[in-house]
Write a protein that binds this ligand. Structure first.
Ligand SMILES: [Zn+2]
Length: 484
């Protein structure tokens, strides 16, 4: 029974509050405190996130904050979860809220080898400040972002404590107050590094938006029409983009992006590292608030661009002139200016100053039910699964993938149903496993590989997700089969 539990401090790791509880509880041994805190007193405390805690402790914490707020304000979730694809991000959050221990499958965590063991870190100046304000210090989340070396508030180097973030030794709870030794301050004089670290801290503190907008679409929209894209914004001029990015960060030695392919992966939304994304955003002048909100403009660059061509045409300019003004090709100006897209314009009000609203909006609305139907057919929940991607939907509808930037509703619909390979493989394994069982055929790894047409290592990536698509018994049977 917990008689007293300390108040959570701002930006404090939940683990830190548990450690403070242990210090103050008067228990001589860790086990006794662990019994109050954890459902399983033998568990190794998850320092950055949380382990299932007792109902008693949970109800005490809930008097301080909602459970959701505890996850977002007192674990590292906003750092490792923020820019994951929406479905994966939501899954990670759901796992943390329900404490089912599956959050690690979904979160993008750095690999932890012997060579890069991580320790809980602190800033000596923050520590001093805490002692002045609260009479004690605590473990701050902001100091545990693994790829940030300096304190975002003071610009000095963070110091490693002796507490391993992932210790395999006997479990324990170590408070900052009892673990912090050296108070030596080493100042970092790199203005850019300070700026970046403050930027990331500002982003980290903000709420994680529950949005379907993908960060790379958002970033792309911000550079659309600049020298980093084609005039209409569809194509990235990635070499030039990368070159300027590298020049901007030339004085920063901890740039994790060194090669063009790495940069490309980040700006194409295939890497989810918060630091890398923040670096790109800072470079192109996106504020931390904007990056946290990921709100797309009401009118996308391409819509505005097409509108301008149409307006210039309506004003009587010739296509070569329009092409020169806008930078678009002659052919494109011709299509937009008066030709092919007109049919979508039928019945719409046309103002003197140009068309009101875009053709794309109507097309978007017309296509949406078709996209929904296509998603359903492609997924095929009752038969052999298909994978929903931008490409597969576009193919099904016989439209070009390049249309998506203009079709906001359709794009969102596909994003919502987009399926990662891992999930797809999980679904396939379940389908073929059940099929063979029902038909009395043998179920082996080779048979599954053959039917799904996937390699074993790929299928293994799907294993953690099996339970999403079948009962736990079947999932366990497939897991056993695959992992044996
Ligand atoms: Zn500090």
């Amino acid at each position: 029974m917990i008689a007293f539990f300390p108040e959570l401090y701002p930006d404090e790791l939940l683990y830190s509050a548990f450690a403070r509880y242990f210090d103050k509880s008067g228990y001589g041994i860790y086990r006794a405190a662990a019994e109050d805190i954890y459902q399983n007193r033998l568990v190794n405390p998850d320092i950055l996130f949380l382990n299932p805690i007792t109902d008693d402790l949970r109800s005490i914490l809930l008097k301080q904050k909602s459970w959701e707020d505890i996850i977002t304000q007192h674990t590292m979730y906003p750092y490792y979860g923020r820019f994951l694809p929406p479905e994966r991000r939501r899954r990670a959050f759901r796992s943390l809220v329900s404490m089912d221990f599956k959050h690690k499958d979904a979160l993008q965590m750095p690999k932890d080898g012997k060579s890069n063991e991580r320790y809980l870190r602190y800033c000596p100046l923050c520590c001093q400040q805490d002692r002045d304000i609260y009479g004690e210090t605590y473990w701050h989340r902001l100091h545990q972002m693994h790829d940030i070396r300096i304190c975002p508030n003071h610009g000095c180097y963070l110091v490693d404590s002796e507490i391993l973030v992932r210790s395999k030794k006997s479990p324990g709870l170590y408070s900052a107050e009892c673990s912090i030794r050296s108070m030596e301050v080493q100042i970092n004089n790199n203005a850019l590094e300070k700026k970046l670290s403050a930027y990331i801290a500002e982003l980290f503190r903000r709420e994680v938006a529950d949005t379907d907008v993908l960060f790379h679409h958002f970033l792309h929209e911000r550079i659309a029409g600049t020298k980093y894209t084609s005039p209409r914004g569809e194509q990235k001029n990635v070499t030039c983009y990368f070159h300027d990015f590298m020049e901007y960060y030339s004085g920063y030695r901890d740039n994790p992006i060194q090669e063009l392919w790495q940069f490309k992966k980040t700006v194409d939304g295939k890497r989810y590292s918060l630091k890398e994304i923040a670096m790109v955003a800072l470079f192109i002048g996106v504020t931390p608030e904007e990056l946290a909100e990921l709100e797309m403009p009401a009118e996308l660059h391409q819509e505005a661009f097409d509108k301008q061509i149409k307006e210039l045409h309506d004003q009587g300019l010739k296509y070569p002139q329009i092409a020169e003004i806008t930078g678009a090709s002659y052919d494109y100006c011709k299509v937009i200016g008066g030709g092919r897209l007109k049919k979508y314009n039928k019945g719409r009000e046309v103002n003197k100053g140009g068309i009101k609203g875009m053709d794309w909006d109507q097309l978007d609305r017309e296509l949406l039910p078709k996209v929904r139907a296509a998603v359903k057919i492609i997924r095929n929940d009752n038969g052999r699964p298909g994978r929903v991607t931008f490409r597969s939907v576009a193919r099904h509808l016989n439209i070009s993938e390049k249309r998506y930037p203009n079709l906001r509703l359709c794009r969102k619909e596909v994003e919502k149903n987009y399926e990662t390979w891992e999930h797809y493989w999980a679904r396939e394994m379940v389908f073929f496993y059940k099929k063979n069982k029902a038909e009395g055929k043998p179920v082996t790894v080779t048979a599954l590989m053959k039917m799904t047409n996937a390699r074993k290592r790929n299928l293994l990536r799907g294993v953690p997700h099996l339970e999403l698509y079948t009962d736990s018994e079947t999932a366990a049977a497939i897991r056993e089969l695959m992992i044996e």
